[in-house]
Design a protein around this ligand. Structure first.
Ligand SMILES: *Cc1c(COP(=O)(O)O)cnc(C)c1O
Length: 720
């Protein structure tokens, strides 16, 4: 008998890549190579420090990518470092901790060894892996990290974009310009999965009547592998190589080809690597074409269409993230025909039957194939991402279940949560470790968070001030350079460096700039805003984000902010930062005292940046929408109860007034109300209230717990 061959799952390929990198390092530094090839370091305590301290300047130059850092470091520098006390022991301790992490026993979801496989068009794992655009991707990355931490078998499936997500510059008129950079795959902590023959494992997907070949990259996120399909191969036609070029590429047909590759190719890749999923989780509609392949497999195995559909439903779950009808992409029959001409034959049905699966009303010829209705119909369980979004989604998709009342529509919700170790500042974590019993292992227990009350006000305030000052330094540096880069006059470029204060109330707003997020509300009531910025009790505002390349409305929002640039004294108090990524997001959510979120109600499915801010003692000043509608309890922050019955312009005017009223009458007085010890005890009290009520409820730990509980119930049901 032959020995059982190891699965061609890329594990060995990553080990080979790490060994190759280790070969370039002095032997005592070899463990760094293994660490560099697993993003676990990015949330492990002290992990970032181990790499950044090797060469802090080059660390930033390398975009915080440890593989690139180790490739570029001068070995003579390492030899000097080796003689410094503590350097090698720290590396060894971290390497040991990684081995322990990988060696922990698995916690099965159902059957041992059967993973949850998460399909998503974007994964935000770290800024050095530029395969995410915003909240959806960062959530998917947080999900993988949490699965790893809780020890569940899991894998992610996505795309390896040769140009990733876009970068942007804003010109001095405030107009956003996009550009793309090539992903340098040789420098990523990724390896091409090879088969038993040592050649890259590939899968073929019939797209536009041609077999498109994709290879598979593996990236390790702790214990969880992330597999990324890549069509940028010499054997593919140029148009097919472009399929995995850019996230959500503008061209409709290419985008549809991306969805086909992600879904159909993703399932084939999973099979080729010998992965037998317990459950397939389709995260947002982009991934929903996986269901076509799962159906085809069952039909090829001999099931009739109805039985095939029931089998597929039993093992799949779908999460919807888009509460606005227009945001849910639909495809015309022509689009489908041109990109996936073989579809009806592979399923043994007619085109009419294919399109009907993606319609809300199957018989309505005027309706296109919607990715979301298709996924809702063909998966066994569906979730929205907050309680309120659940209500919105049930209302929105209610016609898919004619005859049912909206409350009986089978869409539940699992409110999003964020990965604690990624988003909580190390200083905050260290403080918690001193006062919260069992921290961080005990973080999932709400009772643990009640001990926030045991933290002396002065210590919590000191950490808040340290984090605000950290952001202040960053804002001062970045704003000067970015403004000079745009060709702004020197006095203006340097105004924030002069006026930005480490002690002033600092407000943050950072997320995708979409019109519904209403950044423009902060530029309403201009006189009032100016008075606040320059008053006795000043507020300063840092804004970051990027508009979708095709969203000119959103780009004009940024221009409105820039139109204020030359108002006297404003340039020092309002700063717009370019190139919002996960690293910048971390600085902003950690350093801001208050976090603004101003969506037009019912447009924000959940929102997660506010949760990240809350974990760092930031207080929310937000519209009651998405997660905040269920988190706000009257004492743990501030809420704007927008009135959706009003015409949009009036609603905007009212909400902007409410924002400034709250700032003026409550937020600023509380922040600046200092006792003799210089501490704003009322503010710190509110921080504690916020931490205790939000901390345990809006982490990825709680989120994953709910997903797993639901998955087990689904899989235990008849047919599961
Ligand atoms: C968390 C995060 C988001 C999501 O922000 P929302 O407030 O949910 O819109 C977007 N971009 C980045 C880089 C993030 O880290």
């Amino acid at each position: 008998m032959d020995k059982p061959r190891a699965l061609p799952d890329g594990r060995r390929d990553l080990a080979v890549a790490a060994a190759t990198l280790a070969g370039h390092l002095p032997p005592e530094f070899a463990p760094l190579a293994t660490l560099a090839y697993n993003y676990w370091w990015s949330w492990a305590p002290g992990g970032e420090e181990v790499f950044s301290s090797l060469d802090p300047h080059r660390w930033l130059r390398c975009g915080m990518n440890p593989v690139r850092l180790l490739q570029e470091l001068d070995p003579s520098r390492l030899r000097v470092l080796a003689m410094q006390p503590g350097v090698l022991p720290r590396i060894e301790a971290l390497a040991r901790a990684l081995r322990d992490e990988l060696g922990r026993p698995e916690r099965p979801i159902t059957l041992p060894g059967r993973p949850a496989v998460i399909f998503c068009a974007e994964f935000g794992v770290h800024r050095s892996l530029p395969f995410y655009a915003g909240g959806l991707g960062v959530l998917a990355g947080d999900f993988l990290k949490e699965l790893s931490g809780q020890g569940y078998p899991a894998a992610g499936i996505g795309l390896f974009y040769s140009q990733g997500s876009f970068h942007h510059r804003v010109d001095s008129s405030g107009w956003q310009h996009e550009f793309w950079l090539d992903t340098d795959s040789d420098r990523l902590p990724a390896a091409i999965v090879t088969g038993a023959d040592g050649e890259p494992l590939t899968v073929n997907v019939p797209i536009r009547g041609r077999d498109v070949t994709a290879q598979i990259w593996r990236v390790d996120v702790g214990r969880v592998p992330l597999y990324l399909l890549d069509t940028n191969l010499p054997g593919n036609a140029p148009g097919d190589r472009w399929i995995t070029s850019r996230l959500y590429v503008g061209n409709r047909e290419v985008r549809l080809a991306q969805y086909a590759l992600l879904g159909i190719g993703g399932v084939r890749a999973m099979r080729a690597m010998g992965i037998e999923p317990a459950l397939i989780h389709l995260n947002e509609g982009h991934a929903s074409l996986a269901l076509l392949e799962l159906l085809r497999e069952q039909i090829a195995a001999g099931l009739d269409f109805t039985a095939a559909k029931e089998r597929v439903r039993a093992g799949t779950v779908f999460t919807t993230h888009t509460p606005v009808a227009a945001g849910n992409e639909t495809l015309s029959t022509d689009d489908l025909r041109s990109v996936l001409p073989d579809l009806p034959a592979s399923l043994g049905i007619e085109w009419a039957g294919v399109v009907a699966m993606g319609r809300i009303r199957p018989g309505d010829p005027g309706e296109q194939f919607g990715l979301t209705p298709f996924a809702l119909r063909m998966t066994g369980a569906a979730n929205a991402v907050s309680r309120l979004h659940g209500e919105v989604a049930r209302q929105m998709w209610h016609d898919l279940w004619p005859g049912r009342a909206p409350e009986q529509v089978p869409i539940g919700h699992v409110t999003n949560g964020v990965h604690l170790a990624t988003w909580m500042a190390p200083q905050m974590g260290a403080l918690f470790a001193r006062y919260l019993p069992g921290w961080p292992a005990s973080a999932a227990d709400p009772a643990t968070w009640q001990h926030v009350d045991d933290i002396p006000d002065g210590e919590l305030w000191a950490v808040r001030c340290e984090l605000r000052a950290g952001l202040g330094g960053y804002v001062r540096d970045r704003s000067v350079v970015e403004r000079l880069g745009r060709g702004e006059p020197l006095p203006y470029a340097e105004s924030a460096a002069r006026a930005w204060s480490d002690d002033s109330l600092t407000a943050g707003f950072a997320r995708r700039i979409a019109t519904y997020k209403r950044l423009y509300l902060v530029t309403r009531n201009l006189d009032r805003g100016l008075r606040l910025m320059n008053g006795e009790l000043p507020v300063q505002l840092v804004i970051a984000g990027r508009a979708h390349p095709q969203d000119d409305d959103a780009k004009r929002t940024v221009q409105q902010i820039f139109a204020l640039n030359y108002l006297p004294n404003l340039g020092g108090r309002v700063v717009f930062l370019e190139e919002h990524d996960m690293a910048m997001a971390a600085r902003l959510v950690r350093g801001s005292d208050i976090w603004l979120n101003l969506p037009r109600p019912l447009n924000e499915a959940s929102g997660t940046s506010g949760m990240k801010s809350a974990l760092n003692g930031g207080l929310q000043l937000s519209v009651l929408d998405g997660w905040w509608a269920e988190a706000y309890d009257g004492a743990n922050g501030w809420a704007i109860a927008s009135n959706p019955a009003l015409p949009a312009a009036e609603q905007d005017a009212q909400d902007a007034t409410a924002l400034f009223d709250l700032l003026e009458s409550e937020v600023l007085p509380l922040f600046y109300d200092r006792d003799e010890d210089g501490i704003p005890h009322g503010w710190v009290q509110k921080m504690k209230t916020s931490l205790k009520s939000i901390g345990p409820r809006f982490t990825a730990t709680r989120m994953l717990g709910e997903y797993v509980e639901r998955a087990r119930a689904q899989l235990a049901a008849p047919g599961g």
